[in-house]
Design a protein around this ligand. Structure first.
Ligand code: PMP
Length: 414
């Protein structure tokens, strides 16, 4: 269990499920079993209503309007920023930048923070378990500057090899970028320890929180990192929005990422000056209703309680690992001691796409493929895995349905 978590009371999962209209349906004649939450989570009524209330009641463009609707939209938008601040326990809402999601947040840091500090021969240290979003943006700036991305190895169970990581922290390391939780292995990385090792050498740390924020209580001040990126759609919010938290001093020193309306102080043909963060990084009209829905999602999540969600998902994960291990020929990929909400596996010689297709016929939605983590697939010598990933609304009975469907896969292919 993560150090951030306190024991929590069990959840009323039936009451929670009732708040997710999409879950109440049959797929291919079977009750839907939605176990693809690491790709994207479903949305409770509270979030759907927050978005439709905005469009039905008070939608308008934000920030520069003097009329009533614009003021209401602006207030709701800025309330969402405060909700993100509180969710992450950031020191100030001015440290929260709204973007399209984790991917855009990492690209912003790569271009605006890292690029000006990068010279030929420099290194960016990541891990072998990263999502492509936490590899490719660094490779793009590295290629431009003659720098390189270095990957710290993981052990066979899927834990970061901390000794090797420490050895790779060198005089040329300009940034460390690690996933809080791996989207394939479910491994919870020891971020506070990673940050301590990096900071001792003056190296800033970005945490890819795409899978951390949905499963763990996040406290960026306790983690001690420099940047934390996450996406709304994996925390019961809408797709297409997310947030970057960055330390105020970093954001203040960073040049704009994109130019346009909303990010300037004064524009003239003689020269333009820029707004302070976070507006400096929010060029153009944002997804206003989406951001408001994001705020509603975090409020909803807070209401359920991250500790309770984490404890529920931890119980589901342990149960799933035990039940899956009963199936002959099934190999679990990722058995770290500290693991959150994600279970990957391969089954004998059956291609994961065939697993996914048979499970779908049983109403069970899982993800199959490389999960945007091809270097990790290479590490385990597999082209792809099947992945079940859990959310607050999943049940033990749904894991039983997954296991029963996997026996059908075996009947088909054995
Ligand atoms: N990092 C991790 C660990 C992820 O799981 C994902 C989403 N699969 C991302 C980054 C990218 O998130 P988004 O597509 O929302 O930008």
């Amino acid at each position: 269990m993560s150090a951030l978590l306190k024991p929590a009371a069990p959840l009323d999962v039936a009451a929670i499920r009732a708040q997710f209209p999409i879950l109440n349906q049959q797929v291919r004649g079977k009750p839907l079993v939605y176990l693809d939450n690491a790709a994207s989570g479903q949305k409770p009524e509270a979030v759907i209503t927050a978005i439709t209330d905005c469009y039905r009641g008070y939608y308008s463009n934000i920030h520069r309007g003097v009329h009533a609707l614009s003021e209401r939209s602006t207030t709701a938008f800025e309330e969402a920023r405060e909700r993100v601040r509180s969710f992450l326990n950031a020191a100030s809402a001015r440290e929260i930048v709204f973007l399209r999601g984790t991917t855009e947040a990492i690209n912003l840091v790569a271009h605006s923070f890292l690029r000006p500090r990068l010279a030929a021969g420099d290194e960016i240290l990541v891990t072998e378990m990263e999502h492509h979003s936490n590899i490719v943006p660094w490779q793009l700036v590295a290629a431009e500057k003659g720098a390189r991305v270095v990957a710290a190895p993981i052990t066979d169970v899927g834990e970061l090899d901390l000794d090797a990581f420490e050895r790779l922290l060198g005089p040329r390391t300009r940034l460390v970028a690690v996933a809080h939780v791996s989207n394939v292995l479910g491994t919870v990385n020891p971020v506070a320890r990673i940050v301590a090792l990096a900071r001792a050498r003056g190296i800033p740390v970005l945490v890819d929180g795409a899978q951390g924020a949905p499963h763990l209580g996040v406290d960026v001040q306790a983690l001690g990192c420099d940047f934390y990126a996450f996406s709304a759609h994996k925390v019961y919010g809408p797709s297409g929005v997310g947030a970057l938290w960055g330390k105020a001093e970093h954001l203040a020193a960073m040049p704009p990422y994109q130019g346009g309306g909303g990010m300037i102080r004064r524009v003239s043909f003689a020269g333009t000056t820029f707004a302070d963060p976070p507006e400096r990084f929010e060029a153009g009209t944002p997804d206003i209703a989406g951001v408001i829905g994001f705020g509603a999602a975090l409020e909803w999540t807070r209401g359920i309680g991250l500790d309770a969600i984490a404890a529920h998902e931890e119980a589901l994960t342990a149960y799933a690992m035990a039940r899956l291990a009963e199936i002959p020929g099934l190999r679990l990929i990722g058995t770290a001691a500290d693991k959150a909400g994600v279970v990957s596996f391969v089954l004998g010689h059956v291609h994961p796409h065939d697993i996914g297709t048979v499970l779908d016929r049983e109403g069970v939605a899982v993800r199959v493929g490389h999960h945007c983590a091809q270097p990790l697939m290479d590490r385990y010598g597999v082209p792809a895995t099947a992945r079940a990933s859990f959310a607050v609304y999943n049940t033990h009975a749904e894991i039983d349905a997954l296991v029963a469907a996997l026996w059908k896969v075996k009947e088909w292919f054995d």
